[in-house]
Design a protein around this ligand. Structure first.
Ligand code: HEC
Ligand code: HEC
Length: 263
């Protein structure tokens, strides 16, 4: 008690001690935490650089600056790399106009490393967080808006049921029925190949979530008429041929019969 009262004379001691404590913890934290994180980043970037040199540099250049075989990708960010690699579009097999989506050649860690390397080249969009693309919890109204947005902006290429379609120059807009919400988000921001870019000013994150939610609903319960069991255009053409031409033939026979009677 005596020492306490004696300390009370130096009013500045307590605040000074607290300041000191703050400084010490702050300094300790800044010494300990960030170097830890950046060393993890550095090794991820280094791994990514190695993978990039092996699998991507032949077309995109060692530093992503681009070559005659592939565009510059210094500023596309982790987002575009995550999309192109995890959907199996990259590494492209050759100079084909469109790389058919295939199996992802890389593990998730390798994909992250490639993304980290490209992201280290210049600032670009980061891989989206779940909150940005996950349609969970959207209202009926928002889902309906997603349907509207889809029909206005996407159905011309991907078909109004999202089942995909051919484009004039031999390219194909793939079916979206199995596309994850994350890939829908990323595709809209990247604009892969011949698809236009939908950026945040024209399509805010909420709208992207609405479209993803609408597509998920569409997938859960495909609506919109008889699909002949979804057996595809050839079989559907066959049905149209048999039933359509069949009806026309019957009609022609009927006219001929009537004509014969009228004579
Ligand atoms: C055979 C050449 C080739 C190889 C190998 C290749 N790419 Fe590509 N890449 C292209 C071409 C051409 C395009 C643009 C046309 C397209 O999308 O098909 C492209 C597009 C991209 C894009 C989209 C760019 C944008 O503007 O949005 C990314 C990201 C990308 N490549 C990353 C990679 C990564 C990462 C690798 C290695 C894992 C890789 N590429 C390997 C040729 C290649
Ligand atoms: C001008 C035609 C066009 C329009 C409009 C368009 N897309 Fe695409 N989309 C494409 C093409 C072409 C591809 C395939 C690109 C490639 O091969 O890399 C594609 C790819 C995709 C993919 C990747 C699918 C996969 O299997 O990896 C998604 C997701 C997608 N589009 C969603 C959309 C959405 C959502 C909209 C509307 C907001 C839209 N697209 C509008 C042409 C279009």
């Amino acid at each position: 008690m005596r020492s306490l009262t004696s300390r009370r004379r130096h009013k500045a001691v307590r605040p000074l001690l607290m300041l000191l404590a703050l400084l010490v913890t702050g300094t300790l934290y800044s010494l300990a935490a960030p170097p830890q994180q950046s060393s993890a980043d550095t090794s991820l970037v280094a791994t990514g650089k190695g993978l990039f040199t092996q699998s991507c540099a032949s077309c995109h250049g060692l530093g992503g600056e681009g070559t005659s075989a592939g565009p510059a990708i210094t500023d596309v960010g982790a987002l575009a790399v995550d999309f192109e690699v995890s959907t199996g579009r990259m590494p492209k097999a050759g100079p084909a106009i469109q790389s058919a989506p295939k199996v992802n050649l890389f593990t998730q860690t390798e994909t992250d490393a490639l993304a980290a390397y490209v992201a280290s080249l210049a600032t670009g969009p980061a891989v989206p967080t779940k909150a940005q693309y996950d349609p969970a919890g959207l209202t009926e109204e928002q889902l309906a808006r997603g349907g509207e947005l889809f029909r206005t902006n996407c159905s011309a290429c991907h078909n109004y049921q999202g089942s995909g379609g051919a484009l004039p120059n031999g390219a194909v807009a793939p079916s979206l029925l199995d596309a994850s919400a994350k890939h829908i988000y990323e595709a809209m921001r990247v604009g892969p190949n011949q698809m236009p870019i939908f950026n945040e000013s024209t399509m805010p994150d909420t709208d992207v979530r609405s479209i993803a939610g609408y597509l998920q609903e569409l997938h859960a319960q495909p609506a919109g008429g008889l699909t002949f069991g979804g057996v595809g255009p050839v079989a559907e053409g066959f049905f149209a041929w048999v039933i359509g031409i069949g009806a026309l033939t019957l009609f022609a026979v009927w006219i001929a019969a009537r004509g014969a009677r009228a004579r």
